[in-house]
Design a protein around this ligand. Structure first.
Ligand code: AMP
Ligand code: TRP
Length: 329
């Protein structure tokens, strides 16, 4: 029996290097490991929890699916589907709404952050967002969930919901475990906050090398290095800790560390090396993305076949769940 993992991404904007280093890179690694079976989802219902434009959502769903395929999630190694194509997600979410308390949901920090300054005008769906997330994972009885650090609290709630359901109605769900990547929380190009689509501090995977350079060249570094000859401390520099660490090989990383500390290289030199190394990793993804985008049919076929497969797993789980909770016999 293969170990099953599940993960999702919201189609709310361009996929960025925080998503890639924090989650997608891990998905691809696991997908290519024959011990695992991966189910990945574009969670469009989750994207509706904040204000949005319907026309833009369609384009963003397609774009996200194309980019995830370009990153290496492919029909031969995974399942990639659109959440709303499998209606059992919302059915199970309703049942979980009746297995999760207002108190638990009020403690979710993502809800607190996203509802800040918006008072009572936030959608009820934003409040129950983690319940739908639990349904996503448990519908497939997934054991592992590769995500970034920001999702740990939601994962803990999914485990609580599974445990409570099993205790009330009998064993149905495994308790899913989070799998963190090496990059748990990639900071934005501002060097200040988490890289996030909603903050505009991202480097997206589809950006050209020129666009990336424009962002890198003006990005903040260690503030000690006001002049070229000032030495710096790499661990106090976002360029080093957030990006070089993941895009640059061990040996070159050690050289940069040493040369920054003695002002042997300047910040611009350091950024140029980073740009070159990022290009090595990102350009094959970008090329594949633009190639798939020209003819969407390969992506569409993958999504349709995946939805059928997911639907069949989901139906099995729901038959079991409906009986357990007493609405079928
Ligand atoms: P989202 O874009 O919020 O749907 O996130 C998709 C995945 O990327 C989730 O597993 C997040 O935890 C992860 N992620 C998003 N932003 C970051 C970041 N700045 N650093 C690390 N992981 C991230
Ligand atoms: N909440 C996740 C995020 O914003 C997206 C998500 C929805 C998800 N359902 C999921 C992640 C299930 C992992 C498993 O990043």
């Amino acid at each position: 029996m293969k170990k099953r993992f599940f993960s999702g991404i919201q189609p709310t904007g361009e996929i960025h290097i925080g998503n890639y280093l924090g989650a997608i890179q891990r998905w691809v690694e696991l997908a290519n490991n024959p011990e695992y079976e991966g189910i990945l989802s574009i969670v469009d219902y989750h994207a509706m929890t904040m204000p949005y434009e319907a026309k833009e959502l369609t384009a963003k769903i397609k774009e996200a699916a194309t980019m995830i395929m370009a990153c290496g999630i492919q029909p031969h190694n995974s399942i990639l589907f659109i959440q709303s194509h499998v209606p059992e997600h919302t059915e199970l979410a309703w049942i979980f709404n009746c297995n999760c308390t207002m108190g638990e949901l009020s403690r979710m920090t993502q809800f607190k952050d996203k509802s800040q300054d918006r008072g009572e005008s936030v959608w009820a769906g934003l409040f129950t967002y983690p319940v739908l997330q639990a349904a996503d994972i448990l519908l497939y009885k997934a054991q592992y969930v590769p995500v970034g650090e920001d999702q740990l609290q939601h994962l803990e709630l999914s485990r609580d919901i599974a445990r409570r359901f099993n205790a009330r109605f009998g064993e149905v769900f495994p308790e899913p475990q989070a799998l963190l990547g090496e990059a748990r929380r990639v900071l934005g190009i501002d060097g200040d906050k988490k890289m996030s689509k909603s903050l505009g501090n991202t480097i997206s995977l589809s950006e050209s090398s020129q666009e990336i350079w424009k962002k890198l060249s003006t990005a903040k570094t260690d503030e000690r290095r006001k002049r070229r000859q000032d030495p710096g401390i790499p661990t106090d520099c976002n360029i080093f800790t957030s990006y070089h660490r993941y895009f640059t090989g061990k040996e070159e990383l050690a050289t940069i560390d040493r040369e920054c500390r003695c002002a042997g290289i300047g910040c611009m030199d350091c950024k140029k090396i980073l740009a070159k190394n990022m290009e090595t990793i990102l350009s094959p993804i970008r090329e594949k993305y633009y190639e798939l985008k020209k003819d969407f049919s390969a992506v569409e076929q993958f999504l349709n076949a995946s939805a059928l497969r997911c639907h069949s797993i989901a139906q099995e789980t729901m038959t079991e769940v409906r009986k357990k909770i007493g609405i079928r016999w």
